[in-house]
Design a protein around this ligand. Structure first.
Ligand SMILES: Nc1nc2c(c(=O)[nH]1)N[C@H]1C(S)=C(S)[C@@H](COP(=O)(O)OP(=O)(O)OC[C@H]3O[C@@H](n4cnc5c(=O)[nH]c(N)nc54)[C@H](O)[C@@H]3O)O[C@H]1N2
Ligand SMILES: Nc1nc2c(c(=O)[nH]1)N[C@H]1C(S)=C(S)[C@@H](COP(=O)(O)OP(=O)(O)OC[C@H]3O[C@@H](n4cnc5c(=O)[nH]c(N)nc54)[C@H](O)[C@@H]3O)O[C@H]1N2
Ligand code: SF4
Ligand SMILES: [Mo]
Length: 704
């Protein structure tokens, strides 16, 4: 007995503990990793992290799985007719830069395109160095996951507050009335609202007041809310206009302190006159009396905040929706005050030296004339820019941290387009649906092998917080960090005689922290391995505004003009009678965690949710395979009959479809599923911002 205990104690003593943040999603939970001799023994929530207070979700343990994954690449590989072969970094860098230079010399700068995916913002090295690569490529064909996600948020922020990164964050911990549109934080853990343990935070709002969810599906969050309203997909703009209408009619408009530096209230009042709740009833499916009640409750609450996320971004009127969500918070005096929508003041502040400037439509895509925004073109244009011949055609593509074949609309078309490229290089850790097309893959060290500071998510957090963690494990022998890869490519592309030595992101971070609002440093943060709490969000306006006149614009011309598109909005059925929406599950992370057995095992999540009455009409049995088709493609998928989805709406999660040839994800292949983005349509977009309008895609359903 004694002997066993002492061995355990011995074992405990040998195990070391490392603290860092999980970087898999936006919640940035503090984790405590027990490890021994280069092996992870356990991953648990860090109870001493002042922000996450011990919370984690099941995905955190996947950090161990990624670290140990046999399929993860650590050294460069080249695709040959006999399969993938290893090559040295030097050879790889020379080949990549040589091919890119040759293609740009032959066809022009824009012949090389680039796509950056979601983990770019979760990686310190990529975040702080990939811009350098963009600069040396000097291409206008710059794409990212932003335009299948939050681009309309950025657009509204830029138009109203002067900068795309001045994104108002719901002060969830102090609000009494939380109105949520198109977000499911109980599955997604909060987005553009970094709020670890969001379920507990939402529960506290409910104790104090009310949580109302507007969603075409009764989601996990809706299930916990005080009230949920099913809404017809993509009709939120009419609901929001009706809320603004009611606020004016009921005399609930009071900007308080903000009135001194806000323009356009009168224009907004005039616009809203035409949009009474009665007009919204049919279009949204929410009774006019309920819309009125919601608006009055919101306008009279002590502290209220309206928060809209993915679901309102990925629709035809995404830009308009985010404009009105901000406006509702401003009109009711719930902006830049506790319990409302507020700006953060992060320790590493991306906006510290930012200036307001025109960031819209400085160029356009070649084939469809879609507008540039923030230096990017909408990714819905990527495939056609590769496939359409003529001057300026994309002949080579660089991807980094992205899997656009599974994550962008009409992924099937992009899949084919990638095959036609003259050259493709991917900076990625897996051979997946996208990178299988690459000629070379340059894999960076990742996750536990890197240092971590959440530059982006600290900027979007519901409290001002900061945490730095050094790498837990050394990178594999001969492996390279992402910033080393970027710098090597930059050096070779710029062709300078004296190449620049890579600047580690830690050096850039340290500088930013030292000159930041709190005069912190990595040294200081190292003394606080659980992170530091820099306090609740504080009012910061008008100082923080970046508009030229330092005033909020409630009626930006671009957005007001865009209202004209609403006139053509009709409810049509026809060939494709169902509306297709997406969904997220707690154990998924977009397309790339399906190689972790413990996250994918169990009941198949890649199903088509359908309402019982629709299923009955179509003769569908639960879990039966059904055929779903749209203008662009067709998939087969088991259906899941549930009352939790509105009639006429069906839902499929994104990020599946791993059955394609050549994918080297041994576990994911066993849970392949089908890709929703083989159905979504690259032509269905928010014409103002160019963002994909996933929630406007129509489908037909049949028994297989
Ligand atoms: N229908 C539909 N489609 C959607 C959505 C939806 O709701 N519905 N959501 C959209 C949203 S919000 C997003 S953000 C996009 C995501 O779209 P993407 O960003 O294109 O896709 P991910 O699945 O996040 O792919 C991440 C890639 O990064 C790689 N990776 C992981 N870690 C690292 C690293 O440290 N370094 C490098 N170099 N690579 C790494 C992975 O291997 C994987 O290839 O999907 C979008 N697509
Ligand atoms: N577990 C997990 N967490 C994640 C991710 C993941 O893949 N898995 N991805 C991360 C990423 S990249 C992001 S961007 C965030 C996204 O975080 P969220 O924005 O919370 O994303 P979703 O969970 O997709 O929730 C979007 C909701 O919008 C609803 N919706 C769809 N169409 C409409 C509509 O027309 N109107 C309204 N009102 N609602 C609509 C959907 O039913 C869904 O419930 O999550 C992040 N966190
Ligand atoms: S909620 Fe997000 S950050 Fe927290 S443990 Fe899960 S994946 Fe990691
Ligand atoms: Mo996203």
């Amino acid at each position: 007995m004694y002997g066993k205990r002492s061995r355990e104690r011995e074992g405990e003593r040998m195990a070391e503990i490392h603290y860092r943040n999980c970087n898999l999603c936006e919640a940035i939970c503090g984790i405590e990793i027990k490890h021994e001799n280069g092996k992870v023994l356990s991953i648990a929530g860090d109870k001493q992290d002042p922000f996450s207070r011990g919370h984690i979700c099941p995905k955190a343990v996947a950090l161990k799985d990624i670290y140990e994954d046999e399929n993860r690449l650590k050294l460069p590989v080249r695709r040959t007719t006999n399969g993938w072969e290893a090559l040295s970094w030097e050879e790889a860098f020379d080949e990549v830069s040589g091919k890119i230079k040759a293609i740009q010399t032959r066809y022009g700068r824009n012949a090389v395109g680039i796509y950056q995916g979601n983990p770019s913002v979760h990686n310190l090295g990529t975040l702080l160095t990939s811009r350098g690569l963009l600069k040396s490529l000097k291409t206008q064909n710059n794409f990212s996951a932003t335009s299948v996600d939050q681009l309309p948020h950025h657009f509204a922020s830029w138009a109203m507050f002067g900068h795309p990164f001045l994104i108002p964050i719901p002060d969830i911990d102090r609000t009494d009335y939380f109105l949520i549109l198109g977000a499911n934080p109980l599955a997604s853990n909060g987005s553009l609202m970094t709020a670890p343990d969001v379920a507990r935070r939402i529960e506290s709002v409910k104790q104090r007041g009310k949580v109302v969810v507007i969603d075409p599906r009764k989601t996990e969050t809706a299930g916990k809310a005080s009230e949920h309203f099913f809404i017809k997909p993509s009709s939120d703009i009419f609901l929001l206009l009706a809320v603004v209408h009611t606020l004016f009619v009921e005399n609930l408009v009071n900007l308080e302190r903000l009135a001194d530096f806000t323009d356009g209230v009168g224009i907004l009042r005039d616009i809203a006159k035409d949009f009474a709740p009665e007009k919204a009833e049919n279009l949204t499916g929410i009774p006019a009396s309920e819309i009125k009640r919601l608006a009055i409750e919101f306008g009279t609450a002590n502290a209220a905040v309206c928060y809209g996320r993915m679901g309102v971004s990925i629709q035809k009127f995404g830009g308009l929706c985010h404009w009105l969500i901000n406006s509702i918070n401003i009109l009711t005096g719930n902006f830049d005050r506790s319990g409302g929508a507020m700006f953060t003041l992060p320790a590493f502040d991306l906006l510290q030296t930012a200036k307001g400037e025109n960031l819209y439509h400085r160029w356009q895509s070649r084939v469809r004339n879609l507008p540039e925004f923030m230096g990017e073109l909408p990714v819905v244009a990527l495939a056609e820019e590769i496939l359409t011949e003529g001057p300026g055609q994309i002949k080579a593509l660089v991807t980094s941290c992205g899997n656009p074949v599974l994550s962008t609309p009409n992924g099937g078309q992009l899949d084919k387009a990638l095959e036609s490229l003259e050259f493709m290089v991917s900076i990625d850790i897996y051979i997946n649906e996208t990178t299988r097309h690459a000629d070379l893959i340059l894999p960076p060290a990742t996750g536990l092998e890197t240092s971590n500071y959440d530059v982006i998510f600290n900027s979007f957090a519901v409290r001002n917080v900061a945490k730095y963690s050094a790498p837990l494990f050394a990178k594999a022998e001969n492996a390279k960090y992402d910033w080393e890869i970027f710098q090597e490519l930059i050096n070779r592309l710029s062709g300078k005689d004296e190449p620049l030595k890579p600047v580690p992101p830690e050096a850039r971070l340290d500088l930013g922290l030292q000159f930041g609002h709190y005069r912190l440093s990595i040294e200081e943060l190292n003394k606080n391995p659980h992170g530091v709490d820099l306090g609740a969000l504080t009012p910061s306006l008008p100082d923080r505004l970046l508009t030229e006149n330092k005033r909020i614009d409630l009626a930006p011309v671009s957005l007001v003009k865009d209202l004209a598109r609403l006139k053509s909005e009709t409810i049509e059925t026809g060939e494709f009678p169902f509306v297709l929406i997406g969904r997220r599950h707690l154990r998924d992370c977009n397309s790339w965690l399906h190689n972790s057995e413990r996250l994918v095992k169990g009941k198949n999540r890649c199903t088509l949710m359908i309402h019982p009455s629709d299923a009955e009409n179509l003769g569908f049995e639960n879990r039966q395979n059904v055929r779903v088709s749209s203008r662009v493609g067709m998939i087969e998928i088991p259906c899941e009959i549930t009352e939790n989805i509105g009639r006429g709406v069906v839902s499929i999660p994104h990020g599946y479809g791993h059955g394609r040839e050549g994918v080297k994800l041994d576990t994911a292949k066993n849970y392949a599923g089908a890709s929703i983005n083989d159905l979504t349509d690259d032509r269905v977009i928010d014409e103002l911002t160019g963002n994909a309008a996933f929630s406007n895609v129509k489908v037909r359903l049949e028994v297989v």
